[in-house]
Write a protein that binds this ligand. Structure first.
Ligand code: ME8
Length: 515
């Protein structure tokens, strides 16, 4: 699974952190379930934008790429991302393989030399068809600048030859592009007909040279898309990377933003098909974060930059930041508004009042009534069951919901499962009132069973929440004497994991924060 590789012409912002966090949560979940997982991210360092930004800043393109790529790598560790590799497109291992793939496409006749004229978005380095240029009113939807009429002698990729193949792909594999509404957009544009696309440039030099024709550099998008397979060594079967990583292709998910869906869902599958390589299982295109109702853009200067993100992390904690991003973000077809008041509300209601309150309530009661030692849920060898609260069954259902949600990348639905379980535990405590029962010595077995069932259900909920809230859940596991790295997923999620007699301590995971 992969993020896009981010442009090294600029600094990271919330959009980059968002997509990478989604992938991180998914990767951690898949590892927990027991799937072999390879999580790839990196930086896209060639092209006109990097060359121009470097010139503006008095740097060489390589110096600018080094500086910004380093910042992207630093945020991977600051935000505790568990990526297995960080690919840079200026890395020789990548460049060599891109040239090998392009050579193969030239040999097969899928790339040829020709002349092209079209509407060009200079900022995006992207050509538009007449229809899409007209729809855009001949203006870039990203920068707002006019599209320019451009003519180039170029190498072309024979995209038009893949029209039928792509239409069949979309028909036979309805989940190739998600969410569904995005797929319909691509299909609509696809049905307008495909033209061959230029895949080389001569107006600048910062790129990978075309094999045997150094006047041309390979178009940055072709160069960049290949990252998904060069990181796995697919263009160099002799390499150790190929030996160790090639089984990770095809990817389960390419997670991207909606603006780069065309490249990923049309051009990329056509290139892979031309190379006789299998296709990724799914291209998942999320929507955009906007801020306080307005689009974020460089010209408006309202991007949520790293400094702003760090102020939230310092105030609320990293896990709270991850929680807000993943559960309130633009995962579906609509954009999501980043609003400070909403962040505060979600933190308080979901993390302080739900996860924090329930874990502290249960651990405190075990402390108060059982000296911090986990009691038994059985009396005379028989489990006590409370009406309407079959916890092993509830936990099993929640786990199934979580796994299904995670595997289909429905992260919001997935994390609703453990959150609902925790709300249910609170309800159970209010209903059975162990704090009242505890006043009578004879009720001891009931109080014991209630608290065992609470702590055990909380443990199971916490296993599901770990990929999202890794630090806080580890803190919780430490307090309740659980090692979440020991045992298979089935074992960790089965009822009865917490042993009677385990000593636990009271936790306070999410302190109240004043706005
Ligand atoms: O497009 N909300 O790189 P890039 C949510 N190098 N996500 C956002 C966002 C926002 N407002 N803004 C950006 C490129 N993103 C190419 C990709 S891949 C072979 C080459 C995220 O630095 C989102 O994932 O412009 C988007 O696709 C990506 O950042 C674009 O990053």
């Amino acid at each position: 699974m992969s993020t896009p590789i981010y442009y090294a012409n600029d600094r990271p912002h919330i959009g980059h952190v968002y997509t990478t966090t989604l992938c991180d949560v998914y990767a951690r979940s898949m590892r927990a379930i027991g799937h072999d997982t390879f999580f790839l991210t990196g930086t896209d360092e060639h092209g006109l934008k990097v060359e121009q930004s470097a010139t503006e800043q008095g740097l060489t393109p390589q110096e600018l790429a080094d500086r910004n790529s380093e910042e992207f790598q630093t945020i991977m560790s600051t935000f505790e991302m568990t990526n297995d590799d960080f690919l840079r497109t200026t890395d020789p291992r990548h460049k060599k393989q891109v040239q090998a793939f392009v050579t193969k496409l030239l040999e097969k006749g899928d790339i040829y030399l020709g002349t092209f004229e079209g509407w060009y978005d200079e900022g995006q380095e992207e050509y538009h068809t007449e229809t899409s240029a007209r729809d855009l009113d001949y203006t870039s939807s990203i920068s707002g600048k006019p599209l320019v009429r451009a003519t180039e002698k170029n190498y072309y990729f024979k995209l038009s030859a893949y029209q039928d193949c792509l239409e069949k792909l979309f028909e036979s594999n309805p989940k190739f592009v998600l969410p569904q509404s995005r797929k319909n957009e691509v299909l609509g544009r696809l049905r307008e007909g495909l033209q061959d696309v230029p895949i080389s440039r001569t107006n600048f030099s910062w790129g990978i040279p075309m094999p045997d024709d150094s006047e041309h550099v390979i178009y940055v998008w072709i160069d960049a898309l290949f990252n998904y397979i060069t990181a796995l060594g697919l263009g160099d079967p002799e390499s150790t990377e190929f030996a160790e990583r090639s089984d990770f292709w095809p990817a389960s998910y390419h997670i991207i933003g909606k603006e780069i869906l065309w490249f990923h869902s049309v051009i990329w599958p056509a290139v892979l098909t031309a190379l006789d390589l299998p296709l990724p299982h799914c291209i998942y295109a999320h929507s955009f974060w906007i801020r306080e109702g307005r689009k974020m853009s460089k010209s408006m200067g309202n991007f949520i930059d790293l400094e702003t993100i760090e102020s939230y992390v310092n105030k609320y904690c990293l896990d709270a930041w991850r929680y807000y991003l993943v559960t309130q973000g633009p995962l579906g077809a609509s954009d999501a508004d980043f609003v400070s008041d909403k962040f505060q509300d979600i933190y308080t209601s979901h993390l302080v009042n739900t996860v924090g309150n329930c874990t502290s309530r249960v651990t405190a009661m075990i402390g108060k009534y059982f000296g911090g030692v986990v009691p038994s849920e059985s009396q005379d060898g028989e489990r006590l069951v409370f009406d309407g609260f079959d916890w092993p069954e509830k936990c099993k259902n929640a786990t199934e919901g979580w796994v299904a949600g995670m595997e289909s990348f429905s992260l919001v639905a997935a994390f609703e499962a453990p959150m609902a379980l925790i709300r249910d535990i609170d309800l159970f405590i209010n209903d059975t009132a162990p704090f009242k029962l505890a006043k009578e010595e004879t009720n001891q077995p009931q109080v014991a069973a209630i608290l065992y069932q609470c702590i055990e259900s909380l443990r199971i909920a916490s296993m599901m929440l770990t990929p999202l809230l890794p630090n806080k859940m580890n803190e919780f596991h430490h307090a309740i004497g659980v090692d979440s790295n020991q045992g298979s997923f089935e074992e960790l999620l089965s009822w009865g994991g917490i042993q009677e007699g385990t000593t636990i301590t009271k936790v306070a995971l999410f302190p109240r924060v004043d706005q």
